[in-house]
Design a protein around this ligand. Structure first.
Ligand SMILES: [Zn+2]
Length: 384
């Protein structure tokens, strides 16, 4: 194994920086105590971080009980650098220019557009060009861009995109050749999990379940996404609920998402009530009108989901499961129902809750990915 003073110093820099972010406001003396680094090292590292404008002084603290000089307090400089975050949906591209701490400066969304191999690069370029007009003066400028893909991604390579034809282009190479900053491609549900981890949760292990036409999950432990060898970790939508059940396009029969996704829910309500164009708003209206048929279907759907959560929890033992769903968001009683269903001695400690970030989760996860890389901090938390 090769080590050098350089890598050790870099590591200590990251440790100090992380502690300053975690503590929000802290003195050099406290940093030395928390990190077990000597005061001279802390002094040298904080000097360098100050020069790079990654941290700043914010005032004078109280003297210790033994008296002596009052300490200068340090804080993370949330305005030192910028990141770009993009979400490539099936018929939209949403882009955000953000400070490194997840404070959005500008958001642009192009809707009802055709996403394919010919158009995607143009759409991305246009959105970046429009966002760049809002770029404020910062020390480091844009330090990374992360692009959310609705499909399987392995090491920045798009492997499989069932909802749009993007699995035959070298998007990472194209973007890396066009821009100076580091580029990352990542699955959308994984980024949603990373966003919740960094910006909404104090917990160290988290599963985020995104429910829409299908069901996907992202798994984060100590800031690290669990992608699996082929990028397919967390694809619980395709875990089998009923052997020999409904045919799924993936090749299995009886997959969870054929029973517990929004598509499954909407189809069943449309068939039962003989109506069209069901959406989460309509379902909420039926629910408030106390429509018994819809309520039964909702509970059945949630019951299937709770089996999926049970199975996922017994594999990963997360502290918290975050549900990202427009239906669960509008009918929070369904979350109570999920929690009541998780009664086994293996899953009863798991907390299920609605996503605090909702539609921002994926873009905030994209911010996290670039920020983790630039700051060299994996276990990054920005929680006020
Ligand atoms: Zn399937």
């Amino acid at each position: 194994m090769i080590t050098s003073k350089y890598t050790i110093r870099e590591r200590n820099e990251a440790i100090i920086l992380q502690k300053i972010i975690d503590e929000n406001i802290v003195s050099r003396a406290n940093l030395a105590t928390i990190t077990n680094l000597n005061k001279a090292s802390v002094s040298a590292i904080t000097k360098k971080l100050m020069e790079e404008e990654l941290i700043k002084e914010v005032g004078i603290g109280n003297a210790s009980s033994q008296g002596g000089r009052k300490p200068v307090l340090l804080t993370f400089n949330r305005r030192s650098s910028l990141v770009l975050a993009l979400d490539i949906g099936t018929n939209y591209v949403e882009g955000v220019l953000s400070f490194i701490d997840g404070t959005f400066i500008e958001t642009i969304k192009k809707r009802k557009i055709d996403i394919n191999e010919q158009t995607v690069i143009t759409h991305i370029r246009e959105i970046i060009s429009e966002l760049s007009e809002y770029t404020p003066e910062t020390r480091h400028g844009v330090v990374g861009m992360t692009v959310a893909i609705h499909g399987i991604v392995v090491n920045n390579e798009i492997v499989y995109t069932p909802n749009y034809p993007l699995d035959h282009i070298k998007l990472f190479d194209e973007l890396s050749n066009s821009f100076d900053f580091p580029i990352f491609l990542e699955n959308e549900a994984n980024l949603a999990a990373l966003g919740e981890y960094t910006f909404s949760s104090k917990f160290n292990s988290l599963v985020s379940i995104s429910i829409h036409g299908g069901i996907g999950a992202g798994i984060v432990e100590n800031g690290l996404l669990r992608n699996g060898k082929h990028g397919k970790a967390g694809e619980i939508g395709h875990s089998i609920l009923f052997p020999g059940g409904k045919q799924c396009p993936c090749g299995n029969e009886g997959c969870l998402e054929r029973y517990a996704s929004h598509r499954a829910l909407y189809d069943q309500i449309e068939d039962t009530l003989n109506v069209h164009n069901i959406n989460s708003d309509r379902i909420k209206e039926y629910y408030d009108e106390n429509n018994q048929q819809v309520k039964e279907i909702l509970l059945e759907n949630a019951n299937y989901l709770s089996i999926g959560i049970n199975n996922l929890s017994s594999l990963y033992d997360p502290e918290i499961v975050v549900i990202n769903s427009s239906v669960y968001q509008k009918i929070p009683e369904l979350i109570d129902y999920l929690n009541k269903n998780l009664v086994s001695r293996f899953t009863r400690d798991v907390i299920v809750m609605n996503s605090p970030l909702q539609s921002s989760a994926t873009l905030l996860g994209a911010v996290t990915k670039s920020a983790q890389n630039f700051l060299n901090i994996q276990n990054l938390k920005f929680i006020d």
